[in-house]
Write a protein that binds this ligand. Structure first.
Ligand code: PLP
Length: 450
């Protein structure tokens, strides 16, 4: 069988034979055939059939500076020629890792001054959760182990990350470690009922407090949350939510971990989602936009108050990765941060986000399918509904976000379907005329969904 496939040798056939994909229903993939992406430039992808596709998701929320940036290619090549690899275990370091740690300390909120490096967002989350538990052990409170996350939260795919996240299917598939608890997300459109957004923000935050009291604060290590829940459907908390969470974590002696893997590096129109919402994290996880996805890299930023305990009292930290502080990844990240800064991409995200949402509202706001268009900076969503008044989702197959997504792709636009919600996060470099194209393709696809 594999010999036949090798003889036929189309990439699709080889992929079906040999490639086991992440987050994929393989039977469905093999029935439909995989799409081979061959190159990319700016905000556009090209496939092997000659199609040009507008990438309204910046890959997986990561290609902040756009595709085809030769500056990043050169930064990688230069560093590879000089020092392609050396580890940061056992009392060694390298210049890009040191310079990047310093740069991250400068651009993150005050007090987050110590960078731990890894490769993926999942590893960063895993590292932050372990650090939280070691922190409490070191402080003589070993029972403080429980991590509180939220329904629809996404914190990656390692077993700890899946357990911290609130995705039921991931819990079912062995992502349900002990010592995790989950609470209501601050998802006003779907869960707010008759409450105003402000009231619901306080209500949802107090659900965290209720959970802490139920579990006993003496047993809770940390609360982890994305400033905006991305993979859960771009759930944007009301402005009352995060200040209340700051208070609750502080008063109950619970570490606050902001998972900035999606929101970091300009996505919200501020450098970090924590800047946008006024979050005061003890630890911050970041990845994706840190290198615009060109090479893998992630980091956990530790606040001084956590780092002092870890450095002065915890002894050896038995945790780390072969590629922690990889010099090529760190060199690319430094160049990427320079591009973000020099090209004003953070402010651009804010300005273009307003334009994109206004144009979407004009184009599809009146569609009977469109319940809400929401966003902050260049992260947003169109939530589809079967009934604008009751905000009911689609029970009937055929009118869901998934059908919509297929139409979007056929029409040359990638947006991602989360249930009945179509989410978007284009590269921060998107131009106004590309926004027009994106809106026209979204309108065409939504109109065809009837
Ligand atoms: N945390 C958040 C908020 C994410 O959105 C993601 C990925 O989408 C992760 C963690 C996991 O990152 P990775 O896929 O790089 O492991």
């Amino acid at each position: 069988m594999l010999d036949d496939i090798n003889a036929a040798a189309t990439l699709q056939a080889l992929d079906a034979a040999y490639h086991f994909h992440p987050f994929t229903d393989h039977k469905d993939l093999h029935a439909r055939g995989v799409k081979v992406i061959t190159s990319a430039e700016g905000v556009f992808l090209h496939d092997d059939k000659g199609n040009k596709i507008l990438d309204g998701m910046a890959g997986l929320w990561c290609v902040a500076a756009g595709y085809g940036r030769q500056e990043l290619v050169e930064a990688a090549a230069t560093q590879m020629a000089k020092l392609p690899y050396y580890n940061t275990f056992f009392k060694t370091t390298n210049e890009p890792a040191v310079r990047l740690a310093q740069r991250l300390a400068q651009i993150t909120p005050e007090g987050l001054n110590h960078a731990f490096f890894a490769c993926s967002g999942s590893e960063a989350v895993d590292s932050a959760l372990r650090t939280a538990r070691v922190y409490w052990q070191t402080k003589g409170k070993p029972n403080k182990k429980i991590i509180i996350g939220r329904e629809y939260g996404y914190h990656g795919s390692t077993t700890l990350g899946a357990s911290a996240g609130g995705m039921a299917d991931m819990h079912r598939q062995a992502g349900d470690m002990p010592n995790f608890a989950h609470v209501l997300p601050p998802y006003w459109y779907g869960k707010g009922g008759q409450m105003s957004p402000e009231e619901f923000g306080i209500y949802a935050a107090r659900e965290v407090e209720k959970k802490i009291h139920e579990l006993g604060a003496e047993n809770v290590a940390a609360f982890i949350g994305e400033p905006i829940q991305g993979a859960g459907g771009v759930l944007i908390p009301p402005e009352t939510y995060w200040p209340e969470i700051n208070r609750i974590c502080k008063e109950n002696d619970i570490l606050l971990i902001a998972d900035e893997v999606i929101c970091g590096f300009g996505r919200t129109g501020k450098m970090f989602g924590s800047d946008y919402f006024g979050i005061k994290p003890d630890m911050m996880t970041m990845a994706k936009g840190i290198t615009s996805g060109y090479v893998p890299l992630s980091a956990v930023m530790l606040h001084d108050r956590v780092a002092e305990v870890m450095i002065n009292d915890a002894g050896e930290y038995y945790h780390g990765f072969t590629y922690s502080g990889h010099p090529v990844s760190c060199a690319v990240a430094l160049k990427n941060l320079e591009l973000i800064e020099n090209e004003g991409l953070v402010a651009a995200a804010e300005a273009k986000g307003h334009i994109l949402r206004a144009k979407l509202a004009e184009a599809v706001g009146d569609s009977p399918l469109v319940g809400e268009i929401r966003g902050v900076g260049l992260i947003g969503a169109i939530e589809l509904t079967a009934d604008k008044r009751t905000r009911k989702g689609f029970a009937k197959k055929g009118r869901t976000g998934t059908i919509c997504r297929d139409l979007f792709i056929e029409n040359g636009l990638i947006m991602r379907a989360v249930g009945d919600t179509m989410v978007f996060a284009p590269p921060l470099t998107i131009t106004e005329s590309e926004i027009d194209t994106m809106v026209a393709l979204a309108k065409k696809s939504i109109d065809q969904t009837y």
